[in-house]
Design a protein around this ligand. Structure first.
Ligand SMILES: Cc1cc2nc3c(=O)[nH]c(=O)nc-3n(C[C@H](O)[C@H](O)[C@H](O)COP(=O)(O)OP(=O)(O)OC[C@H]3O[C@@H](n4cnc5c(N)ncnc54)[C@H](O)[C@@H]3O)c2cc1C
Length: 398
């Protein structure tokens, strides 16, 4: 068995599969290792759909990333023969006065509109009557308005991971699944990775370990990342056709407080025939191995009583399925994509904070460029580790 590679990628979820694929495209001898068999349901990359939008209100630095990722997904659809990206269009709704902060940003609708204008992204601002007209199933309040983007939609995360691993392997990448990394070490010449199955060496190491990032960092460095349990719910519709992706856009619905936030997902072909919904909760940080993976009846009842009943028409009280998923959050909700503070042989890639998937293809490409050439075409300067460490020392606002 070969134990010596140019690059080792630990973690083959959204970011690791994208990085490994891009390394393999460049003909680099790379090893990808995962403790499970991706795509799986234990990390942050499952649940049939992820929202994607070109007008990324989280900040201008993200817009080139999402644009490039859409291009990569279209390339992967052509080679893999399966649809990934469905452009259903999408709404971001919030109170006209701005509402709660979302992903660390206040007045998310107007911030998104301003960036859309600046970057020439097709969009409209719609008032309550316009939204009701398009989406009569939403119980819109008179004081709400929305940003609408026709170029947004949903992507299938499991398929994106699977096709990148398959294509990466076909182009020469080595993949080890169900193999847990126990330790890693670096010196000036390279890195060594010890797993449950053996020891491997390489010139450089990419850590795309999602919520397990805290296991790979020491002391104060871990404080920049909090892991939070989230739940997806799939609610049965009286008429599922009304919520299919050819008729229904995604809806990010921001309320007056952070507890009052919900997203609704359109149902693309081949997804579970029900309306997927998600909230965001930042109750307790937890280690991913200790997360309660059961969705309890009281959580489902809360979703029904506080959201389904008050905000959406045409849904039943039948929750068809529900899954736990994990956010890895920095204090200001921006990513960390940077060299390890102690070694330029180890790259840390932690782009979750609930909005990472739409950038994953371009992040994989930028990471491949960084480890091979020392620099990337994308500007990653916002995502320095130092920023997250400074924010965690200050307390942050995410
Ligand atoms: C509920 C929810 C909703 C979201 N909605 C959106 C959305 O609508 N739009 C959007 O753009 N983004 C969204 N996101 C964020 C997006 O899904 C994440 O940014 C992305 O999936 C993170 O991928 P990752 O590769 O960092 O982590 P993961 O996919 O979790 O991958 C990490 C991998 O590392 C492996 N690993 C960890 N430790 C070890 C070890 N010791 N040895 C070997 N392998 C190891 C794990 O097994 C895992 O496979 C959402 C996330 C959640 C949880």
């Amino acid at each position: 068995m070969n134990t010596d590679y140019d690059i080792i990628v630990i973690g083959l979820g959204a970011m690791g599969s994208a990085a490994l694929y891009q390394l393999a495209r460049r003909g680099v001898p790379a090893l990808g290792i995962d403790q499970f068999a991706p795509p799986h349901q234990m990390g942050s990359t499952h649940g049939e759909t992820r929202i994607t939008r070109l007008a990324v209100g989280e900040g201008a630095a993200y817009i080139p990333l999402v644009r490039r990722t859409h291009e990569i997904w279209r390339e992967l659809e052509a080679v893999g023969g399966e649809s990934l990206l469905t452009l259903s269009g999408g709404y971001i709704i919030c109170p006209q006065k701005g509402g709660a902060h979302f992903h660390g940003v206040g007045d998310f609708v107007m911030q998104t509109a301003q960036l859309a204008k600046q970057y020439g992204i097709e969009h409209e601002l719609r008032n309550a009557a316009d939204i009701r007209n398009h989406l009569p199933m939403l119980k819109i309040r008179d004081n709400e308005h929305a940003f609408y983007e026709p170029t947004g939609g949903v992507v299938n995360p499991e398929r994106a991971v699977a096709v990148q691993l398959r294509e990466g392997q076909r182009r020469g990448a080595t993949i080890h699944t169900n193999e847990k990394v126990l330790d890693y070490a670096y010196d000036r010449r390279g890195v060594t990775v010890t797993t449950t199955q053996g020891t491997y060496s390489a010139g450089k190491l990419v850590l795309t370990v999602g919520p397990w990032v805290i296991d790979f960092l020491q002391g104060e460095m871990r404080k920049s990342f909090g892991v939070y349990r989230q739940v997806f719910y799939w609610i049965e519709a009286e008429d599922p056709a009304l919520f299919s992706s050819d008729r229904f856009p995604f809806v990010i619905w921001i309320g007056d407080t952070e507890a009052d936030y919900y997203s609704l997902f359109p149902t693309p072909p081949h997804a579970t025939l029900a309306v997927k919904m998600v909230t965001e909760e930042y109750l307790d940080t937890i280690h991913p191995d200790e997360v309660d993976r059961t969705v309890h009846q009281k959580e489902i009842s809360h979703m029904m009583d506080h959201f389904v009943k008050n905000k959406v028409r045409g849904l039943t009280r039948n929750c068809v399925q529900a899954h736990v998923c994990l956010y890895t959050v920095t204090p200001d909700a921006h990513f960390v994509i940077d060299w390890h503070p102690e070694s330029e042989r180890v790259m840390i890639v932690s782009p979750c904070s609930g909005h990472g998937f739409k950038h994953s293809g371009a992040i994989g490409e930028a990471v491949a460029q960084m480890v091979l050439e020392g620099t990337s075409q994308m500007d990653l300067s916002l995502f320095r580790f130092e920023r997250a460490r400074r924010e965690s020392a200050l307390g942050g606002d995410g």
